[in-house]
Design a protein around this ligand. Structure first.
Ligand SMILES: [Zn+2]
Length: 218
């Protein structure tokens, strides 16, 4: 097992690979899910095959069996993995989800040096010609800023005319409130979020409203 890169605890690659260039992560959305309902195969939503190429992150004894983390063996990206089972008389339901994480959300698995290197790389990726890389960079840098209770760079992303940066920052803020409502680090983003309430893009306005509802007033 020790020889297998798929199960090595430190599966980080030596050469940085961007999201768009990773043969696994480029084929996975920020959020993936699979669903099975017993006695109703038509309701099945299948798991992306790349999801099975991610390596479980060892968490030691006592770790929950319905929640854990996965890591990409190619680029070192972290994902949260969750499983839910619901017993229903007309056919029980199983659901699996995979959520791509930023370095800040996977902080406990990264050394200070590795975290700093990943954030520095994402600062460069925020100007990438690939929209996907900018979208992910905005998520990474927004979470990093929120952890430091800093208004920037997320406020700049939220005010950006670049949809990839704006929607990346909104997606990250949304994940933070879903995970940790009233996180104090979101308060500095309130002015930029309020400006989006009247946005022409209805999805942006509704996401900003949602994040503000679950943020402390700023
Ligand atoms: Zn990857």
């Amino acid at each position: 097992m020790a020889d297998s890169p798929a199960t090595a605890p430190d599966a980080a690659p030596r050469t940085p690979i961007t999201l768009a260039d990773c043969e696994i992560c480029s084929r996975l959305s920020d959020y993936e899910s699979a669903f099975e309902k017993y006695a109703d195969p038509s309701a099945t939503r299948s798991w992306p095959p790349e999801g099975d190429r991610l390596a479980p992150v060892p968490e030691g004894p006592g770790a929950p069996t319905n929640h854990g983390f996965r890591r990409c063996p190619v680029c070192g990206m972290f994902y949260a993995w969750d499983y839910t089972y619901e017993y229903l008389a007309n056919g029980s339901e199983d659901e699996w989800t995979l959520t791509r994480l930023t370095p800040g959300e996977a902080r406990k698995f990264l050394s200070d040096a590795e975290y700093a290197a990943r954030i520095a790389r994402q600062q460069a990726e925020a100007a990438s010609p690939e929209a996907r890389n900018r979208h992910y960079a905005a998520q990474c840098l927004t979470v990093d800023g929120v952890l430091r209770a800093s208004a920037e760079p997320a406020s700049g992303f939220l005010r950006s005319g670049d949809e990839a940066l704006r929607k990346g920052a909104l997606a990250a803020a949304r994940r933070i409130v879903d995970h940790d409502a009233y996180h104090a680090g979101l308060t500095p983003l309130a002015p930029a979020l309020r400006e989006l309430l009247d946005a022409k893009d209805a999805a942006d306005a509704s996401m900003a409203r949602y994040v503000l509802r679950w943020s402390k007033p700023g």
